[in-house]
Design a protein around this ligand. Structure first.
Ligand code: 1GP
Length: 227
């Protein structure tokens, strides 16, 4: 899945990146960013992207203010290792009734931030899972599954110098029976392949398209994952 921050480019640019990414084989466009995403910008970006792609546009929200009813789906997510109740259930409470009525598909997801966590870790006030702490990662992930979540997302943070370690991915993927998303710091085909081999079901990349657009390297990443 390709992650775009609606604040980083104009809607028409987001649409053209999404179109190229979809042509190469990305399976969904995720829209999110740690700060500053407002509904207006989000709406305009979703509309522009949906005009040019058939793949799902999924919101990856930080707060209740970042909800666009024009998207296909929204991660109804909880930052399981946040110290702040706002990210556990507070923002969700504010948007839940509206989302339920709206027809926007909620996809229940447990979000877990691993070192170094980057901006997501800071903004989300995460008690970061240490890179070598497989048991804590498993504990949060299985807790999410038992709470009824449909996906677990292991996040190293956008722009992380290193992705989530393979050992952590393997530990979690063997402990849960729901799909595992892995993202943060994946910017080579080798890193993407290592995450898939370790047990990731879905890979998210953001920085690579932000920096290079839909480059040859991005193509190789998608190809490596699909292979
Ligand atoms: C952030 O995991 C995603 O939520 C993407 O990370 O920007 O490092 O690809 P990158």
């Amino acid at each position: 899945m390709t992650l775009l921050d609606p604040y980083e480019q104009e809607p028409d640019i987001a649409a053209s990146i999404s179109k190229s990414a979809a042509e190469i084989g990305t399976d969904a466009i995720m829209l999110g960013g740690s700060t500053g995403v407002t509904q207006d910008i989000l709406d305009a970006t979703v509309v522009a992207i949906k005009k040019v792609v058939d793949i799902p546009v999924i919101l990856f929200p930080t707060a209740a203010s970042a909800v666009s009813l024009k998207a296909d789906a929204i991660y109804f997510m909880s930052l399981l290792n946040s110290r702040n109740p706002k990210f556990l259930l507070g923002e969700q409470m504010k948007a839940a009734a509206l989302i339920k009525k709206s027809g926007l598909e909620p996809i229940s997801m447990g979000y877990i931030i691993v070192e170094p966590g980057m901006e997501a870790g800071m903004v989300g006030e995460a008690e970061l899972v240490r890179k070598d702490d497989v048991n804590t990662a498993i504990g949060y992930s299985v807790a999410g599954e038992l709470l009824g979540m449909k996906l677990i997302y292991l996040e190293a943070g956008s722009g992380a110098p290193e992705p989530v370690p393979s050992k952590l991915i393997t530990g979690v993927s063997q402990a849960i029976d729901i799909p595992l998303i892995v993202g943060g710091g994946i910017r080579t085909p080798e890193a993407a392949m290592a995450a898939v081999k370790a047990g990731a079901d879905i890979i998210v990349t953001g920085t690579i398209v932000e920096e290079e657009g839909v480059s040859e390297r991005f193509k190789q990443i998608v190809r490596a994952i699909k292979a």
